[in-house]
Design a binder for this molecule. Structure first.
Ligand SMILES: C[S@@+](CC[C@H](N)C(=O)[O-])C[C@H]1O[C@@H](n2cnc3c(N)ncnc32)[C@H](O)[C@@H]1O
Length: 308
């Protein structure tokens, strides 16, 4: 069995917000190496049920072995955006709580062969779900300069996106970009040393978000979750960058509103109803001690809401 080096983030904070019923039915959309899932199980009694999923087949296989003796667990190797379809497959009408701990696991980042990192040389892949057709190598070698710059700017929030895209497109005419080090080298050639780490992280993040459709999946997950949550159910999301956090924040805010009429409308004519109550007015962040012992936690933000 491969080793998991992933340390789950804000486990107690997330569980305290998620679990209200010891015999309830819970959904973990980002199973990973089972960090949050196993804590959910610790807090459930023998009647509880946990349905967990991950698009990464290595994470799924790891957890299949990890939880094989626990009859309360149902595992899927599906996208979490399919939460409503998964509920149907399990003949479940509702969950009592759902959690998503977004992004990639430390295993995916640290495992050289998975091609997620610029810290080691590997084929430029960046797919969490190896069934997806497009890899990072396809993107950097095929998209035009404008498309590449837009991806790097929008999903990496990198100001030098146009310069980087221009250099990629010029260079690939001479030599195909095949590996993470090929791309790293190109970024190094147009970036000042003092900005290098941040720029590398932003470009790799941008490609990863684009290839995996991460923001769209998150939007669908939030929307589809509402179909399988009932009054009193909780939704908890841990995000690691501002693009994800903004989507969660805006979604919760919109769902909480009970009127979306223009401000100057004399009477309310919309039928909007408030469907969520936000439980975290400000996002919960990890303690200083947690950040000290787990560097990956430093950018984490947790938001939670309860269905009305
Ligand atoms: C931060 S890790 C989760 C770690 C997990 N909470 C733990 O403690 O072990 C994120 C996981 O979510 C998975 N993932 C990302 N987007 C997904 C999606 N749309 N559907 C299902 N899994 C997804 C990744 O493959 C990765 O394993």
């Amino acid at each position: 069995m491969m080793q998991s080096h992933h340390i789950p983030v804000m486990v107690n904070e997330s569980m305290d917000l998620l679990i209200k019923k010891k015999g309830g039915i819970y959904f973990d959309g980002t199973l990973g190496f089972g960090g949050h899932s196993s804590e959910i199980l610790n807090r459930l009694n023998s009647k509880g049920i946990l349905v967990s999923t991950d698009v990464d087949s290595s994470a799924f296989e790891y957890c299949r072995k990890r939880f094989e003796n626990d009859k309360r667990v149902r595992l899927y190797n599906f996208n979490f955006s399919m939460i409503d379809a998964i509920a149907k497959l399990e003949s479940l009408m509702f969950f009592d709580g759902v959690i998503a701990d977004l992004g990639v696991s430390s295993y995916q980042l640290d495992n050289a062969s998975s091609g997620f990192t610029y810290s080691s040389d590997a084929p430029l892949d960046l797919r969490m779900d190896k069934n997806l057709k497009t890899t990072a190598m396809d993107i950097v070698n095929k998209l035009n300069e404008k498309e590449l710059a837009t991806i790097i700017f929008e999903f990496g929030e990198e100001k030098k996106s146009r310069k980087i895209a221009h250099h990629i497109v010029n260079s690939r005419r001479k030599k195909i970009i095949k590996t993470s080090y090929d791309l790293k080298k190109l970024i190094e050639e147009v970036t000042q040393q003092k900005y290098l780490i941040k720029t590398l992280s932003r470009v790799f993040q941008a490609l990863r978000i684009y290839i995996n459709g991460e923001l769209e999946n998150l939007r669908q997950f939030l929307n589809n979750s509402m179909k399988v949550l009932k009054s009193g159910s909780r939704i908890v999301v841990i995000s690691y960058h501002s693009l994800e956090d903004r989507i969660v924040k805006e979604f919760f805010k919109y769902e909480e509103l009970d009127c979306i009429c223009p401000k100057d409308a004399p009477v309310c004519i919309c039928d909007k109803q408030s469907t969520l109550k936000i439980l975290t007015r400000k996002p919960v962040i990890p303690s200083i001690d947690e950040v000290k012992s787990n560097k990956r936690a430093r950018s984490a933000k947790l938001r939670a809401a309860e269905v009305l």
